[in-house]
Design a protein around this ligand. Structure first.
Ligand SMILES: Nc1ncnc2c1ncn2[C@@H]1O[C@H](COP(=O)(O)OP(=O)(O)OP(=O)(O)O)[C@@H](O)[C@H]1O
Length: 223
């Protein structure tokens, strides 16, 4: 089967520094990846390039088997890829409104939005927060709202920037538990992280950035 996304010869410079020099990156359908590397190695920048939030200097890209250019960022990728920021920005309305927002923008009919939002809320285990104002949520609750808001758009690829940073205990475990369910639905996930438990998740493949190049490691064995 074709990869969901394949990239060759991706290069990115900031000032005089060659930050990324990636020969090959292939993202399979329904596969989770962790993107590791020391602070400043370029993890966020790579994910931002994949999401169309940052430009690459050069890149040969295929999405679902079709060659595409990243500049301008193609519609087919914008519709299929969602980036979730480490500190998600939310409107000061309700949690439910925040989750509905992307669907409203896409012109989805109201009754369908209501159905999809309820389903996403149940998936993320945040039914009790439906009417809460996101500003007052804990870090873990906010991250689950952000994941529900991303998933409701039915993306093929989710890019999660440090999804468990600053979380511990149950909050962290609740976020980690959502990742395999995304993959089970046929989505691919790339997570930039330093979290050992995420890195060790069964079935996850590790990608390591070092001096701008990408090392592709083995897929973790199932437990
Ligand atoms: N817009 C920009 N202009 C100039 N330099 C930038 C820009 N964005 C990022 N950088 C630099 O690129 C490098 C990589 O940053 P990036 O945020 O991608 O790293 P990271 O691996 O995600 O780091 P961390 O683990 O600390 O989050 C850093 O040195 C950063 O200062």
């Amino acid at each position: 089967m074709d990869a969901l996304l394949s990239i060759r010869k991706l290069q990115k410079k900031f000032d005089q520094r060659q930050l990324l020099n990636i020969e090959n990156l292939s993202i399979a359908v329904a596969q989770a990846y962790v993107l590791t590397g020391s602070n400043g190695s370029g993890k966020s920048t790579l994910m931002r390039i994949l999401a169309g939030l940052e430009s690459a200097d050069t890149a040969e890209v295929k999405f679902l088997g079709e060659a595409v250019s990243l500049s301008p960022y193609p519609r087919v990728m914008r519709d299929a890829i969602v980036y979730v920021h480490q500190h998600p920005v939310m409107f000061s309305t309700s949690v439910a409104d925040n989750i509905a927002y992307g669907l409203t923008v896409r012109g989805v009919p109201k009754n369908i939005i209501a159905e999809k939002v309820e389903e996403a809320i149940a998936w993320a285990g945040i039914a009790h927060l439906r009417k809460s104002i996101p500003t007052y949520l804990s870090g873990g609750e906010k991250q689950r709202v952000a994941l529900a808001r991303a998933r409701v758009l039915e993306p093929k690829l989710l890019l999660l920037d440090e999804p468990t940073a600053n979380l511990d205990g149950a909050a962290r475990e609740q976020v980690i538990a959502l990742i395999p369910t995304l993959v089970g639905e046929g989505r691919s996930v790339i997570m930039a992280c330093h979290d050992r438990d995420l890195i060790a998740l069964p079935g996850v493949q590790r990608l390591k950035l070092r001096d701008g190049t990408l090392e592709v490691k083995e897929i973790n064995l199932p437990h």
